[in-house]
Design a protein around this ligand. Structure first.
Ligand code: DAH
Length: 344
């Protein structure tokens, strides 16, 4: 092949490639052009390279030089076209697109979950009444969740259908392990026991946290919810103290003179036991249970029931929070839908 013919082919190639790269409207078109001209297997440049072998020997250096130039030009054209399509190509248009007068994106500030807010407020109110906050584990043993609370082995409250027993649990020194020895606590009353075991009376604590029960979710039930537990043990503590504490508590929280009503009930760990209702816009709403600590519970933690008496209560925090805000369905608390949460 004559040098002249070879150069003509190269010239035509670069002209067509320039047009193709410059007019490619999107990445897909550009890629098609790249394959056509620079494709490693059957690109047109590759085909021209094969012709190089047929050029007269004396003209080979000149043909090879031109071939390399064209190859580099094509690669540069491709790079420029890629930059153009990815938007970084033209600094001019990028500058034009930046408008310094447009207000910036507002940083979104989160806030505490309504249940967390309620917990903080309850701690505050009860703190003013002299109660300190105590904590206990959510994975509990049978002693603290049942036995010490006067709920013996044959009691229906221990039914596996009503509790989340754990198949296994971490072994610790002197700690029973194995199936059914541990559960997700079903009530915060467990913390009463934990506190009394490590403190001498008087005791004046609240404990707030999650509890777990295998309930089917509906407007008023969820398998995990929160309780506030209160415990006061001292000499001469009476049912009248219980009622006045709950009355003060409810009136502070709802910022109204809320009436508190006791209905007779039964809990294994209190004697007598009551259901606690509070008046709300002309209706009685049940918030939880309460009572005088059963002497068996005081004995279980080594207290002398002839020396001290105690009052205790356990209320549902979702219910308290839902009442305050008029939320009809407690499932809303746990959907994590920002449109709901940002209202509080
Ligand atoms: N633990 C009970 C429950 O979850 C609520 C309760 C009732 C707690 C009476 C108490 C109490 O401290 O004295 O249903």
């Amino acid at each position: 092949m004559a040098l002249k013919d070879f150069l003509t082919v190269l010239d035509a190639l670069i002209e067509q490639a320039t047009a193709a790269f410059a007019t490619a409207a999107d990445a897909e078109a550009l890629e098609a052009a790249r394959v056509e001209f620079l494709g490693a297997k059957s690109g047109r440049l590759k085909a021209v390279q094969k012709d190089l072998g047929g050029v007269d020997k004396a003209d080979k250096p000149a043909a090879g030089k031109r071939f390399n130039e064209v190859k580099q030009d094509l690669e540069a054209l491709l790079a420029a076209a890629t930059a153009r399509l990815s938007g970084g190509g033209s600094t001019k248009s990028a500058e034009a697109a930046f408008d310094p007068t447009v207000p910036g994106a507002r940083a979104r500030l989160g806030h505490l979950h309504p249940i967390t807010q309620t917990i903080a407020e309850l701690c505050d109110i009860m703190g003013r009444l002299g109660f300190t906050v105590a904590e206990g584990p959510e994975v509990e043993d049978l002693w603290h969740n049942f036995e010490a609370l006067n709920i013996p082995l044959e009691h229906p409250a221990r039914d596996p259908l009503d509790n989340f027993y754990l198949a296994t649990a971490a072994a610790g020194a002197g700690v029973p392990t194995g199936e059914g020895q541990w559960l997700l606590r079903s009530q915060t009353s467990t913390v009463q026991i934990r506190v009394m075991e490590r403190t001498k009376p008087p005791v004046r604590i609240i404990s707030l946290g999650r509890v777990y029960r295998p309930d089917t979710p509906d407007a008023t039930h969820f398998p995990m919810f929160h309780q506030i537990e209160g415990l006061l043990v001292d000499r001469h503590v009476t049912m009248a103290d219980l009622k006045s504490i709950l009355h003060l508590f409810a009136s502070s929280f709802f910022e109204d003179d809320v009436q508190v009503r006791f209905r007779p009930s039964f809990f294994p760990f209190t004697e007598p036991s009551v259901e606690v209702d509070m008046s709300w816009e002309g209706r009685w709403i049940e918030f939880g249970g309460a009572g005088m600590v059963d002497p068996n519970v005081l004995s279980a933690v080594g207290y002398d029931p002839d020396e001290v008496t105690g009052l205790a209560f356990g209320l549902g925090i979702e219910r308290i929070c839902a009442r305050r805000h008029g939320i009809p369905d407690i499932r809303e608390f746990f959907k994590n839908d920002v449109r709901f949460l940002q209202q509080f």
